[in-house]
Design a protein around this ligand. Structure first.
Ligand code: SAH
Ligand code: SF4
Length: 352
């Protein structure tokens, strides 16, 4: 493999490769690339999943509006601020606010207020990433003005045909894509990503996803394996779910994205850990450099199940940090405490 010169057919080749020796070489090469571009510091983004109320109906997601088996919750302002304060005191540097998608005025104002409050209680120190789905450009601007500086909106797949098999007809691929442009124009660091191993998804489509990230100058990537949730329509399309294969495909995507984009931030997501207890460490070894510890109140975690087998449902946030320190130390990496940890890709653009 020539350095940094992966072609689309190379990407497809590795996505299809089953030779463990060749794959180990790929993961090592991606790890090297990570060392050269972003170093061995792992940055934390404490994630607060503050509500599972959602107005959308994505076919794969456990908290979709039509899933009546799900008990709905929303955390109060005080509860969210308590979690944010915890993240700040623990030196996490940065947090993510995530929830189901809502575009009503009450929600927009609630988020705006929360963002302002978090900035205030943390002396402006905590970085804030939002992951609240598709919104109008005005709403993105309002939340940016309140103090949020990163936004994570997965495109889910860059293939519009596949997208339409995963969503009801009124979920518009073009608008989701346009949101990424709005976010960039407003001034956010833009994160996107895809689900990996979806029914109907081919190696070529995954290769095109990686090319999409590069073409659209994405600063941070959050992607993870698709995991069926039994109370969703998409789960019925999965004949036999092969955890190991799905995990390996997720790791290949991380490694290839590191090699193809080099200096971006890549998250080692919880879905990897749902497939293997050490899934997130494998992700770091394959080229990822971000971990998102869950700091949601334990009492709500059971109801934020986007997919089956979500780990750490009973582990409180303190235990989570101790556990992560051990895991990260074990693989010879360090934690970047009290830092925002912007990607070198984004920093380079700022200097231009
Ligand atoms: N509502 C917001 C944020 C919450 S959902 C949004 O949709 O953008 C966050 C992510 O969870 C989604 O982007 C999707 O990629 C992922 N997700 C949902 N269901 C999943 C499943 N069954 N397996 C893996 N990831 C899933
Ligand atoms: Fe709602 Fe996001 Fe789940 Fe879609 S993926 S149903 S928008 S929470």
């Amino acid at each position: 493999m020539k350095k940094n010169k992966l072609t689309k057919s190379d990407l497809i080749h590795f996505l299809q490769c089953e030779d463990q020796k060749e794959l180990d070489k790929l993961f090592n090469r991606a790890y090297q690339e990570k060392m050269e571009n972003v170093g061995k510091k792992v940055y934390f983004r404490g994630i607060i999943e503050f509500s599972n109320i959602c107005s959308k109906d994505c076919f794969y997601c456990g908290i979709r509006q039509s899933n009546q088996k799900m008990t709905r919750f929303r955390m109060t302002e005080d509860e969210i601020l308590e979690c944010a304060e915890f993240a700040w005191k623990m030196g996490y540097g940065s947090l993510v606010l995530q929830s189901g998608e809502r575009t009503d005025r009450e929600f927009i104002e609630f988020v705006e207020k929360i963002v302002r409050q978090i900035k205030k209680i943390s002396n402006d120190e905590l970085g804030i990433t939002l992951s609240l789905g598709e919104q109008s450009k005005e709403t993105f601007q309002k939340w940016f003005d309140a103090g949020a500086h990163r936004y994570l909106l997965r495109i889910e797949t860059s293939n519009s045909r596949l997208y339409s098999t995963l969503h009801p007809p009124d979920h518009d691929f073009q608008y989701r894509f346009q949101c990424l442009e709005h976010l960039r124009n407003v001034g956010y660091q833009v994160g996107t990503g895809v689900m990996i191993g979806l029914p109907g998804q081919t190696a070529e489509m995954l290769a095109e996803d990686i090319i999409f990230f590069k073409k659209h100058d994405i600063d941070m990537i959050g992607m993870g394996p698709y995991i069926p949730h039994p109370d969703t329509p998409l789960a019925s399309k999965v004949k036999k779910f092969d955890k190991k294969k799905q995990l390996t495909l997720g790791l290949k995507m991380i490694a290839l994205t590191r090699l193809y984009l080099q200096d971006v931030n890549i998250a080692s997501t919880t879905a990897l850990q749902a497939l293997h207890p050490e899934g997130r460490e494998f992700g770091l070894k394959a080229g990822a450099n971000i971990i998102m510890p869950n700091i949601t109140h334990t009492k709500y975690r059971d109801n934020y199940k986007l997919y089956d087998g979500k780990p750490c449902l009973n582990e409180n946030a303190k235990m989570c940090r101790v556990c992560l320190e051990g895991r990260i130390g074990n693989i010879g990496e360090e934690i970047g405490y009290n830092l925002w940890g912007d990607s070198p890709h984004f920093q380079k653009k700022q200097k231009k």
